[in-house]
Design a protein around this ligand. Sequence first.
Ligand SMILES: Nc1ncnc2c1ncn2[C@@H]1O[C@H](COP(=O)(O)OP(=O)(O)OP(=O)(O)O)[C@@H](O)[C@H]1O
Ligand SMILES: [Mg+2]
Length: 309
Amino acid sequence: MTETTTETEEQSTGTSVGSGDTDTRTTKGESEERTRDEWREYSFSEDAILSVDDLNVYYGDDHALKDISMDIPEKSVTALIGPSGCGKSTFLRCLNRMNDRIKSARVEGTVEYNGEDVYQDGTNLVELRKRIGMVFQAPNPFPKSIRDNIAYGPRKHGDINRGFVASLLGRDDKEEEDELVEESLRKAALWDEVNDRLDDNALGLSGGQQQRLCIARCLAVNPEVILMDEPASALDPVATSKIEDLIEELAKEYTVVVVTHNMQQAARISDQTAVFLTGGELVEYDETDKIFENPESQRVEDYVTGKFG
Ligand SMILES: Nc1ncnc2c1ncn2[C@@H]1O[C@H](COP(=O)(O)OP(=O)(O)OP(=O)(O)O)[C@@H](O)[C@H]1O
Ligand SMILES: [Mg+2]
């Protein structure tokens, strides 16, 4: 991340950083405001597991994300907030190259995962998406048993062998599979609720249980990072609170990046918060307490206090 100031307005007007009196601050929402590099320069003591530099994303002619640079610390919860259409989902999808699936999307810049650019030629996308898993807004279990939902990925990737041929060859991994299913469901705080009906269809679970099943399914392929796009927005308050508790628990072992529209949720569960605003800009990135209690940007303050968005 660069230390130089690149504020266009500042350069064009020649005003100096910190003079204060030339701010075009407003409480009416998203009007003009100078942005400053230092508002986005969050420093932390952990290692950065993801490092995004100068990321620009276009959908055809639409410039959806502009010059985004940010480092994400490992084993923590990073919240991405901002009004609808500001590019949160787009950003999230860049981290494990899910945007590759969108024909019109063009991505420029670098995203490093453990120091390796995920956009370099030759990246193994299957492996990348195992290591950087994703959980979506609406729970999307397969119309299969609870057990099969968890075991599907490891079986497909050949980490677990099951079935007639495997047993003929003496390589039926039933015990490993049972252990993996239990471990994944325990980590997703679902085991106690479903251990007596692992062979029931997953679609018979409640919405909140289905979402925890999707998290368990993601955990079963041994990820390091879990991306979540509004994982609780379709759930009732009780189910939401279970997902929030789970996210905090998961962050002891995993890196969680979560998009949410719910300010209280971001404030409750995240360690650091990145605020995107309309136009696809990252305006401020810092410790969550700082963002919610004493942000630098007036627009961010307006947003987190509910004055717009
Ligand atoms: N598949 C797509 N094709 C074309 N444009 C897209 C596509 N996905 C997103 N966009 C555009 O990119 C911009 C950012 O969208 P994105 O979905 O990332 O925003 P968001 O912050 O996640 O919004 P929301 O809070 O509503 O989910 C928007 O202008 C949107 O219309
Ligand atoms: Mg979105």
